[in-house]
Design a binder for this molecule. Structure first.
Ligand SMILES: Nc1nc2c(c(=O)[nH]1)N[C@H]1C(S)=C(S)[C@@H](COP(=O)(O)OP(=O)(O)OC[C@H]3O[C@@H](n4cnc5c(N)ncnc54)[C@H](O)[C@@H]3O)O[C@H]1N2
Ligand code: MOO
Length: 396
C-alpha cells in the first residue's frame, strides 16, 4: 500500500496536457483559455457621459445659476456632430459620446430646462461624469491571460473586447466504465438482488462539472468477455476510470482484464479510507484509474484524484485546497489508512468553522456523502482527538 501523496504524484505524472481548439465565444463558459486574450478595441472607444444631463464647459459655471443655450443632443449611438462653445450646452444621455468642446456633464437633476436654454445650478470640475477613452481598457491590453477559466464575467469582458472566437483547451475525454453483475440502471426492470448503478451517472456528472467530457461506456458484467469488450472502447480517451471489481473477491476481475489488455501497472492499493483497492496504470497510452465499487469511495476518489487529474490535463493548479476547522466531536485514534470522514460544517459565532464527522462512515452510504459539507482528513496513525482540536478539511 502506498500513501495518498505518492498515489497522487503518480497519477499526476500520468496526466498529459490536452491540446487547444477554436470555439465560438458563446460556447466558452467553463472552458480554459489556451492563449492570452488582448483587447481588439478600446472601451469606451470615445469619451462618454456617465449620466443623463447636459454636456458643457466647466469654465462656464463660475457664476451660478448659469444659463446656457442648448444647441443639440447626443444620445448613445447617435453623437452630436457640432461643437459646444462658451455659453452653450448639449443635451446628453448615459453612454453617449461627449460632444467636441464640452469637458464635463451636469446631471439632469441639477438643471432646469427653459425652452432652448438650460439653467445649471451646480458647478462641476472638468471631467465630471465623463468616462475617458479606454477607461475600462485600451486596444492591445491583455485582460484574460492563458489559463483563465471562463465564467460569465470573463465571457462578457471578451465580448466587450471584440473577441468572437476563443482558443481553449480541448475538454479531456474521460471514459467511465462501471462493472458488476448486480448493477441495473435507473428505470431498468430490477431483478431480486440488483441495485441501481450510481457510480456511472455520478462520476459522469462530476467529470462534466470539472470541465471534461464524460464518455459513459456502460456497465460491464463480471466476466472477462464483457470486460474485454468494453475496455477496448476506451482507446483514444485521455483517461479511463473504472468502478468496482477492484478488490480481492472471485468476481473482482478488472485488474486481470486490464493486465491482459496490456496495462502497465503503476500502483495497486492506497492507504486511504475510503478508496483502498485503488489502481492506476497505463493502457497503451491511456491512463487508467481503477476505483473501488463503493459509491462513497468513488465520490471521494473523484474529489481527491479525478479532479486534480482533470485540472492537470487542463493546465490548471491541481492541488486540493484544504482549510482548518475545529472538531465537533471526539474521534478515536486512526489506523494505517488516511481517513476522509464525511462531516457537517458549521460556522460558530466567532467565525470559526466546526466540522462534525457523521457517526456512520460506511463507504456504501451515499446519502451521507451527499449530506456532507466537507471531508475531515485524518492522517495515518493520528492519535485520538478531542472535540475542539484543529483538523484539516476538504470542502465539498
Ligand atoms: N477481503 C477483503 N474484502 C474487501 C476489501 C479487502 O481489503 N479485503 N476491501 C474492501 C474495500 S475497502 C472496498 S472499497 C471494497 C471494494 O470492492 P470492489 O472494488 O471490488 O467493489 P465491488 O465489490 O465491485 O463493489 C463494492 C460495493 O459497491 C457496489 N457497487 C459497485 N458498483 C456500483 C455502481 N456502479 N453503483 C452503485 N454501487 C456499486 C457493489 O454492489 C458493492 O456493494 O471491497 C471491500 N472488500
Ligand atoms: O476503501 Mo473502501 O473504499 O474503504 O470502502
Amino acid at each position: 500500500m502506498i500513501s495518498v501523496a505518492e498515489a497522487l504524484a503518480t497519477i499526476l505524472a500520468g496526466a498529459r496536457p490536452v491540446a487547444a481548439e477554436m470555439i465560438g465565444l458563446a460556447q466558452g463558459g467553463g472552458r480554459v483559455l489556451a492563449e492570452d486574450l488582448a483587447a481588439r478595441v478600446s472601451h469606451p472607444p470615445v469619451p462618454v457621459s456617465a449620466m443623463d444631463g447636459y454636456a458643457l464647459r466647466a469654465a462656464d459655471l463660475a457664476g451660478l445659476p448659469a444659463a446656457l443655450a442648448v444647441i443639440g443632443q447626443s444620445a448613445a449611438g447617435a453623437p452630436f456632430a457640432g461643437v459646444v462653445g462658451p455659453g452653450q450646452a448639449a443635451r446628453i444621455f448615459t453612454g453617449a459620446a461627449l460632444p467636441a468642446g464640452a469637458d464635463a456633464v451636469v446631471m439632469q437633476e441639477d438643471t432646469e430646462r427653459q425652452g432652448d436654454s438650460v439653467l445649471i445650478k451646480v458647478a462641476v470640475p472638468p471631467g465630471k461624469f465623463v468616462r475617458p477613452t479606454g477607461l475600462d481598457f485600451k486596444t492591445g491590453d491583455v485582460l484574460l491571460p492563458a489559463g483563465t477559466v471562463l465564467d460569465g464575467r470573463a465571457i462578457g469582458l471578451a465580448a466587450a473586447m471584440n473577441i468572437p472566437w476563443l482558443s481553449v483547451k480541448r475538454r479531456p475525454r474521460i471514459a467511465v466504465l462501471s462493472t458488476g453483475d448486480e448493477i441495473a440502471m435507473p428505470g431498468d426492470p430490477l431483478g431480486p438482488a440488483q441495485i441501481l448503478g450510481s457510480n456511472g451517472p455520478g462520476l459522469a456528472a462530476f467529470i462534466q462539472g470539472e470541465g471534461a467530457e464524460a464518455i459513459h461506456l456502460g456497465v460491464a458484467r463480471d466476466s472477462r468477455e464483457s470486460l474485454d469488450a468494453m475496455i477496448g472502447a476506451a482507446a483514444g480517451c485521455d483517461l479511463l476510470v473504472t468502478t468496482g471489481g477492484a478488490s480481492v473477491g472471485d468476481y473482482d476481475l478488472v485488474k486481470d482484464a486490464l493486465s491482459q489488455a496490456g496495462l502497465s501497472l503503476g500502483f495497486y492499493t492506497v492507504a486511504m479510507r475510503p478508496g483502498k483497492p485503488l489502481m492506476f496504470g497505463d493502457l497503451k497510452g491511456v491512463p487508467v484509474l481503477g476505483l473501488p465499487g463503493n459509491p462513497v469511495s468513488v465520490m471521494v476518489c473523484a474529489v481527491l484524484l479525478v479532479r486534480p487529474m482533470i485540472r492537470a490535463m487542463l493546465g490548471l493548479e491541481s492541488k486540493t485546497e484544504t482549510l482548518a476547522a475545529r472538531l465537533g466531536r471526539d474521534l478515536p485514534a486512526n489506523d494505517v489508512r488516511q481517513d476522509y470522514m464525511r462531516a457537517a460544517l458549521n460556522r460558530q459565532d466567532d467565525g470559526s468553522l466546526v466540522a462534525t464527522p457523521f457517526t456512520v462512515q460506511d463507504s456504501a452510504v451515499l446519502s451521507g456523502m451527499v449530506r456532507a459539507d466537507c471531508l475531515v482528513v485524518r492522517p495515518p496513525f493520528a492519535p485520538a482527538a478531542t472535540a475542539g482540536e484543529v483538523v484539516e478539511i476538504v470542502r465539498l
